[in-house]
Design a protein around this ligand. Structure first.
Ligand SMILES: NC(=O)c1ccc[n+]([C@@H]2O[C@H](COP(=O)([O-])OP(=O)(O)OC[C@H]3O[C@@H](n4cnc5c(N)ncnc54)[C@H](OP(=O)(O)O)[C@@H]3O)[C@@H](O)[C@H]2O)c1
Length: 239
């Protein structure tokens, strides 16, 4: 069976993605940084779908970690058919309070792994998780937004330079109520505003994102590459 590598499979969007790919017939290698227990739970759910699962631990902010992860994935899976670069972190502060460490941390975890993993593993398809902050100005989001802009740029370069054997795309999801939002200032206000301003009438769910991933890696999306898919129920059209 084909293997999918999902970074940040211990997180909320990562979990939904792992389970959807398992249901679509993928064996799943998922990564965790701190929440090993959550990752093991996801792996058990993947196995309950009749698929193989392995948990790989990696701090993707460390230099060399993505290369080491690629090697670990090759050892565990043989060939990796699909890479989902989903793990993210970042420093949420106004520009006046940011330092070099904040910039390097956000870039290192959010943008660098896509380049290293895809260049090394040469999967058939890859999907990176971006966000609207790559093109819009969100409160306290400067270095994360810059890292997501870098990610979307890398998607385009990888898509062209590795074509036709590898397709690479990004998903830019609107607000999804995940654990990540607990780090944002005014989480409740952000959720209420997003819900009110979303023409589709509800927030994006982790499963919505997983469905888009499933389509982007499928043969149905054979002619889609280098693209950032906006998945926000129309939210970005209304401001
Ligand atoms: N939630 C939203 O509204 C939203 C909107 C647009 C885009 N996104 C994007 O969707 C993706 C998933 O986000 P989420 O909302 O599901 O967040 P989440 O639940 O907080 O998951 C984040 C994942 O990243 C991993 N991670 C964090 N720091 C890491 C590090 N240093 N090294 C390796 N892995 C690390 C976490 O691993 P551990 O927990 O094991 O440490 C976790 O699996 C992110 O790329 C995010 O930017 C989210």
């Amino acid at each position: 069976m084909p293997w999918a590598l999902v970074t940040g499979g211990s997180g909320d969007i990562g979990r939904a993605t792992c389970l959807r790919l398992a249901r679509d017939g993928y064996d799943v290698a998922l990564t965790t940084f701190r929440n090993v227990e959550s990752a093991e739970e996801v792996a058990d759910k993947v196995r309950a779908e009749g698929r193989q699962a392995v948990v790989l631990r990696s701090h993707l902010g460390k230099a060399g970690a993505a290369d080491a992860l690629a090697e670990a994935a090759i050892e565990a899976c043989g060939t990796v058919d699909v890479v989902i670069s989903n793990a993210a972190s970042g420093v949420l502060k106004p520009v006046g309070e940011l330092d070099e460490r904040a910039f390097d941390w956000s870039m290192g975890i959010n943008a660098r792994p896509l380049l290293m993993l895809v260049a090394k593993l040469r999967p058939r398809a890859a999907v990176a998780m971006s966000s609207p902050g790559s093109t819009r100005v969100l409160p306290a989001y400067a270095v994360v937004g810059a890292s997501k802009a870098a990610l979307e740029s890398l998607v385009r370069y990888l898509a062209v330079e590795l074509a036709p054997s590898t397709r690479v795309n990004a998903i830019s999801a609107g607000v999804v109520d995940t654990r990540a939002l607990t780090h944002f200032p005014d989480r409740e206000g952000m959720l209420a505003d997003a819900e009110k301003r979303t023409p589709a009438g509800r927030l994006v769910t982790p499963e919505d994102v997983a469905n888009a991933v499933a389509w982007l890696v499928s043969p149905e999306a054979a002619m889609v590459t280098g693209h950032t898919l906006v998945l926000d129920g129309g939210w970005s059209l209304t401001a």
